[in-house]
Design a protein around this ligand. Structure first.
Ligand code: NAD
Length: 287
């Protein structure tokens, strides 16, 4: 029986550290603030927004939601983003995505001020992740995985790490963050020839495929660390990850559950980015 890696515990520890930083900022006259730009009212967006607002509140960060109608024009959307760039009371900007089909996300990635781009939308921040420049902001989910590993004292240095999934939101940037910490990284995807063997060989396995319970006991090595990023519904309509937790947990040294795993850390990383942006913008640099 291994250790269950609870994201809720990680978030609690991060909260304490963040509160100290927000208090220091406030003492110097800066009220850190996140602006969330939302078009329409998709249930997924509203749910993420609620989580983000609550986390900002818990850590002493202000949160302003800019809500635009579902049929907003590209031009109006771009103007809203530009005005948030200019607003000196706003330190971080989160654009909820995907946008409605009539809108183009690409121009927004170039408009958003990279310093305020707390969820890695701008090509400037993406390039920084891939070039190993720590002054950028990684997407929140991959960084949440790193926070989980750090909290539980798991150093990826020199270890064989397999990541299932090669998306630009999770798999690829996570592989870069792990490489930056000197792991030996293998990225798997739908066309990987022997997925099970590659996964079994890993000392750290991260599942980010979006396939309910696809990682069973035969895919996890004895004593491996298994981190589950997936958010899926099982046939009974319950939230579950990409890992079959009951099957894998007895074999692994560390296993993260879903829910209460990586997903519980994502908004804490967002809060951390807003604080860092506020520190940078107010001249108190801290990376
Ligand atoms: P995506 O669909 O963009 O990418 C999935 C990747 O997994 C692809 O690269 C694909 O090649 C690979 N893949 C899919 N099925 C596979 C299989 N059977 N074998 C091997 N590889 C396979 O998804 P995404 O946006 O990267 O998200 C991945 C998962 O993480 C989803 O379940 C998503 O809901 C979840 N997610 C969680 C958070 C969080 O906060 N915890 C945030 C973002 C995404």
């Amino acid at each position: 029986m291994g250790t269950v890696m609870l994201g809720t515990e990680v978030a609690k520890a991060m909260k304490e550290r963040l509160i100290q930083r927000t208090e220091a900022l406030k003492e110097r006259g800066t009220e850190p603030k996140l602006a969330i730009l939302r078009v329409g009212a998709r249930p997924d967006d509203l749910s993420y927004e609620r989580g983000a607002k609550k986390r900002m509140e818990l850590t002493g960060i202000g949160c302003q939601v800019v809500e635009l109608p579902e049929d907003v024009s590209q031009r109006e959307l771009e103007e809203s983003l530009k005005s948030l760039n200019r607003d000196s009371s706003v330190h971080g900007i989160l654009v909820l995505r995907p946008l409605p089909r009539h809108l183009d996300e690409e121009p927004l990635t170039r408009i958003i001020d990279p310093v305020k781009d707390v969820d890695c939308m701008s090509p400037v921040n993406i390039a920084k992740i891939f070039s190993g420049d720590a002054s950028g902001y990684a997407p929140c989910t991959p960084e949440a995985v790193m926070e989980m590993l750090d909290h539980y004292g798991i150093d990826p240095k020199g270890k064989k790490v397999t990541v299932i999934g090669r998306s630009m939101v999770v798999g690829k940037p996570l592989a870069m963050l792990l490489l930056g910490r000197h792991a030996t990284v293998t990225i798997c995807h739908t066309r990987t020839a022997d997925l099970a063997a590659t996964c079994r060989d890993a000392e750290i396995l991260v599942a980010a495929a979006g396939k309910a319970k696809m990682v069973g006991a035969s895919m996890a090595g004895e004593g491996a660390v298994v981190v589950d990023v997936g958010i899926n519904m099982d046939p009974e309509g319950n939230l579950c990850g990409d890992v079959d937790f009951e099957a894998v947990e007895p074999k692994a040294s560390f296993t993260s559950p879903v829910p209460r795993g990586v997903g519980s850390v994502t908004t804490s990383v967002l809060a951390q980015h807003v604080v860092r942006a506020a520190e940078t913008l107010s001249g108190q640099k801290r990376v």
